[in-house]
Design a protein. Sequence first.
Length: 197
Amino acid sequence: MEPFREYKGLVYPLERTNVDTDQIIPKQFLKRIERQGFGECLFYHWRFDENGQKRAEFLLNADQYQEASILVSGHNFGCGSSREHAPWALSDFGFKVIIAPSFADIFYNNCFKNGLLPIVLNEKDVEELIQKAKSPGFNLHISLENQTVEHKDFKREFQIDPYHKEMLLNGLDEISMTLTFENQISHYEQKQLTTGW
């Protein structure tokens, strides 16, 4: 994964609550085992009609959001089944950050494993961002190091577990993080072989 420190991106407002993982990536597209190729199926039933044509009323299809990389949505984002394909699809589409008042626990943790930054802000702040993002060209600056979300007169701090923060700052998944202790692990294994303890 790429290290995540500072990021500025266009914001897409998904003004919905309880967005579940089957809406993020419908079950009929879960046939791949690699992480690429799911972006085109993101929010499929919202983005496309029964003939596979883009729905004009779904804002993510609008020209002004084609380069969006920060998603702002309502509470309980990522609820439903625990499929890791949901963050795969969001990341493959181009999203780097998701902001909501709350996330489903499994989805929240899966985001970190896949290089996505989920940010919890209070409902009032999220609603303000959603309204601002309806105007063309609304960008946010995210600093993971400072744990801030900024745009002109809007500046908010967010909380993040130090372990997850370190993973993203260094571009590490859980396996890579474990391997940072390779010397200690090897020392322990060697000790077991020689002492039996």
